[in-house]
Design a protein around this ligand. Structure first.
Ligand SMILES: Cc1ncc(COP(=O)(O)O)c(C=O)c1O
Length: 378
């Protein structure tokens, strides 16, 4: 049995192709949470200093994952949406400013920007579905009033990978802030916050990082950290958080300035364990194995009568997501049929979205396609 099989003892009748939604935990994560629960039951927080070491180690793992210059650039927030809100409500918008993004972004990367209309900021959107060259079209929509460009590195519905290096270089050269929602990349594909020149990167841990919901990484480039005004305050975000008697305070110089109160320590233990697997396997191995699974899925889907692949065929544009439609099928019904038969997936982007991970077994992919093939005869 390979290490990965032992780490993912999924139930026999489960074919898990839904990592772009919520992933299963590796065994080590379940073990870490169980032993943390046991420790809380028997010792309470007696060993809090040890917990803080795990929290620090998690920041280091996340800095490694996105190639941040330092673990001190990493804030631990509740989720991607919260991090996007921290950015949106931290910028001093001026009437006439605009924000440029894609029309097909996940709602969290649209709604918060729309909410800024009251501050005079306008959201401009590029239609992705009809675009031949999404980066150039996005760049063409920017002008001298563009304050921020915000994109997902991988589009959630059909898995299109965006060339964030190209957009980031344009933004930096034109003094535009660049925000990257990386939730559909981190843990699946190599990611480099410095290379893509992102000012902000955010992602919750419950998808490709194989962690729990409710704990997200938020990176803010150190040079612009103080430009973001703060909207959440408390004992934890100050320069000397243990100094309860002092009435003097300043926001922390580090990214902890974005964390107002007590950390989600059980989430810290869980995500730390999950990322230890990511580090052990390595992102090159993870993405290579994932792309093999994606190629196999595409090959098998192409063989299905009436199927249309809605995800990219070009490897540079691909990710861990394969979305397809079947001519004449009611996709809501097809989705329920698949879920009922153990094929865990999602209905997105006008079809069915499959998202395996690096550890997904080939025979599980074949089995999922076999179940899909039986749909019409039901
Ligand atoms: C691209 C993208 N951004 C944001 C989210 C939501 O993230 P969260 O629940 O962490 O706010 C999702 C969830 O599917 C997503 O796909």
């Amino acid at each position: 049995m390979s290490l990965y099989e032992d780490e993912f003892p999924l139930a026999d009748d489960v074919y898990y192709l839904n990592h772009a939604a919520v992933a299963p935990w590796p065994r080590r994560t379940a073990d870490a949470v169980a032993s943390f629960a046991q420790e809380n039951m028997t010792y309470g927080a007696q060993h809090y200093l040890k917990w803080l070491k795990v929290e620090r180690a998690l920041r280091e793992s996340l800095a490694w994952l996105i190639n941040a210059p330092s673990f001190q650039d990493i804030a631990l927030l509740k989720n991607t949406s919260e991090a996007l809100s921290v950015v949106a409500y931290g910028i001093d918008w001026r009437p006439g400013d605009n924000i440029v993004s894609y029309a097909d972004e996940f709602p969290s990367n649209r709604i918060v920007w729309e909410s800024l209309a009251s501050k005079g900021a306008e959201l401009r959107l590029v239609e992705l579905t009809t675009s031949e060259d999404p980066e150039s079209e996005l760049i063409a929509l920017c002008d001298e009033h563009t304050r921020l460009v915000t994109v997902s590195s991988v589009q959630y519905a059909r898995g299109l990978q965006i060339d964030i290096n190209k957009i980031g270089a344009f933004c930096r050269a034109n003094n535009i802030l660049f925000c990257v929602d990386a939730i559909q990349s981190l843990g699946a594909l190599p990611f480099d916050a410095q290379k893509c020149q992102a000012d902000f990167v955010m992602a919750d841990g419950h998808k490709w990082m194989l962690g729990p919901e409710g704990l997200a990484v938020f990176y803010c480039r150190a040079e612009i950290r103080e430009q973001l005004s703060l909207n959440q305050f408390g004992w934890h975000m100050v320069d000397k958080p243990g100094n309860y008697d002092s009435t003097e305070w300043k926001p922390s110089q580090t990214a902890t300035r974005f964390e107002c109160g007590s950390p989600n320590m059980i989430g810290v233990y869980a995500l730390h364990a999950s990322l230890s697997l990511t580090q052990e396997v390595g992102l090159d191995t993870i993405s290579n194995k994932l792309f093999k699974n994606i190629s196999l899925l595409i090959e098998l889907i192409d063989n299905i009568e009436g199927s249309t692949l809605l995800s990219p065929r070009d490897r540079a544009r691909q990710s861990g997501i394969v979305t397809f439609s079947i001519a004449g099928a009611d996709h809501a019904q097809l989705y329920h049929y698949l879920m009922k038969n153990g094929v865990i997936c999602a209905q997105r982007g006008g079809g069915i979205r499959f998202s395996p991970h690096f550890y997904t077994k080939t025979d599980h992919i074949h089995k999922a396609i076999e179940i899909l093939g039986r749909y019409n005869s039901c």
